[in-house]
Design a binder for this molecule. Sequence first.
Ligand code: DOR
Ligand code: ZN
Ligand code: ZN
Length: 453
Amino acid sequence: MIVDSVLINAKAYFKGQIVDCCIAVEEGKIHKLGKETQMPNADEKLDLHNLLVLPGLIDEHVHLRDEGKAYKEDFFSGTSAAAAGGFTTVLDMPNNEPVTMSVDSFRNRLQIAKRKILVNVGFYSAFPKTLSEINSLVTEGVVGFKFFMNSPIGGLDIDDDLAINEAFKIVSELKVPIAVHAEDRALISAKENKLKKVNKNTCADYLNAHTEDAELISIKRLLKIANGVDVKLHFCHITSKEGLGAIEEGKEVNNNLTCEVTPNHLFLSADDLRLYGSLLIMAPPLRGSVHTRALWQGLETGLIDTIGSDHAPHMLSEKIRSNIWDVNVGVPGLETTLPLMLTSVHKNQLSLNQVVCLLAEKPAKIFGLTDRGSLEKGKNADITIVDYKQQFKIDASKFKSKARFSPYDKWDVYGKPVKTIINGVLVFDQGNIVSKGGVGEIVRGSPLEVHSR
Ligand code: DOR
Ligand code: ZN
Ligand code: ZN
């Protein structure tokens, strides 16, 4: 047999170990892992010269934009950024223009994405206007639902606990996860309005409106609403010690709960925000070091399940504004997440196993991506190749994302993504995108597989 390609001289992450091996790829799948002598003949051979080979990384929290917000990011630029950052699969958030919240808007988004994507993309939907449409959205292939407790995005009334409970029950039958942005809208907007009235509009004022309580209240409310419902709740971007504590308590009685943290809330703090200003404004915001420490601890103990970048591209002009309430929230993250996390491995803060679990294995498990997330025979040939020892400076001006700024610009980091292979195709190589859009697959939720586990 002659396979499509063989990768030789790999130091591959395989079942928790780094092994010297070769990987044969056939029709987009991993055909075989083994010694060079065991490899079949191949049309192409790629010598990896002992680079570190990881399972293709999965970022379950990405805002790819496109459509009405294509000036900020589009499917091609966003998935180029993903490939350049070592991600082979991303899940796209629904707060788009139009909002992804119906079969029509989902189909349309998928249609636009298909030709442009360089990595695999799955789509969240916001809740539709009528709950009966939840079923059709899952049948169409959404990977899950995204629920924003901080602003009314989608068709579900965020102030109506009964309606939310009803929606959770319907989703629980379908076995796809619900990712939640847990910040209490009422509390934030009351504080914000008070501050606005007296012309308070600095970064400190933003922090005073978006307090830790807003996160805790929202988490507790969601846990109460979900109580007794067999729904998979995934808490996005947890930022506070108390919030994480509430999730820890929740996990003791409910094994359907998972949570995510972003690199921003690990590597930056409220002090940086005061120093660098509105560029670092995001929702939920950066917190004090007590919270940052709690998050690192949550990673070490395994309480935190995933790292999501919350890649939130905006134009620089939308970030630098004199009035804080006009600033667009969020920063890009696809091209900095892996080097930041590998730097934490270099510094012995986390093990490589933990990072692979957080960035590949767990997201695959939570979202039912059964043929991705590890290097195994028969799985998709999604492969992240890094020069683990290489130290380099982050250079935001070279980002593939349209958002060419970063809080980490000029930071010294270790571990450079050098090649990214998606479905057996080399997409990113030594700083360049080397394939056309369309290589990525549309990832559909697989609720039945999740159900049968
Ligand atoms: O910082 C954020 N940016 N938080 C969100 O909830 C939305 C996101 C965005 O879409 O820009
Ligand atoms: Zn969010
Ligand atoms: Zn987000």
